[in-house]
Write a protein that binds this ligand. Sequence first.
Ligand code: SF4
Length: 156
Amino acid sequence: MLKYYNYDIVFQEIPNEVTLAVNITNCPNRCKGCHSKHLQQDIGKELDENCIDGLMDTYGAAITCFCFMGGDAAPHRVAELADYIRQKFPALKTAWYSGCNKLPGNGFDVRVFNFIKIGSYIEEMGDLRSSTTNQRLYQIVPDGTMNDVSYLFRQH
Ligand code: SF4
């Protein structure tokens, strides 16, 4: 089961998109210098199909992208919900911010996302806006090819 702590409409996490970013809890990563320690706890409300329908009723007309922030404890459930969004709200893009350094195995289908960010948070290397970051944002094209678009964060 996925749970979330809160959500917000953001403009910087996915370039050129108005994104509803949902902060998922029970993060199994233990990044040194974690900027959101509360997200390591198993707290919050369940994020499921009904919850997504409710969020879409409220925010669907205002956003162009739905981003799962975290969910590394249950990545296949993240992909399942992303697929649900793509089928039910085809105009919307889907994105996933993972704190892991590589993608999950076991048939994880990246094609249910338009964007995937991977890479743990390393304080001294910074996040995607830093030129020294270890993190990468990929745009996923329909055949599953992952194009590194991290440079978009450093064009301004
Ligand atoms: S991925 Fe790392 S920085 Fe993000 S919530 Fe989890 S432990 Fe914290």
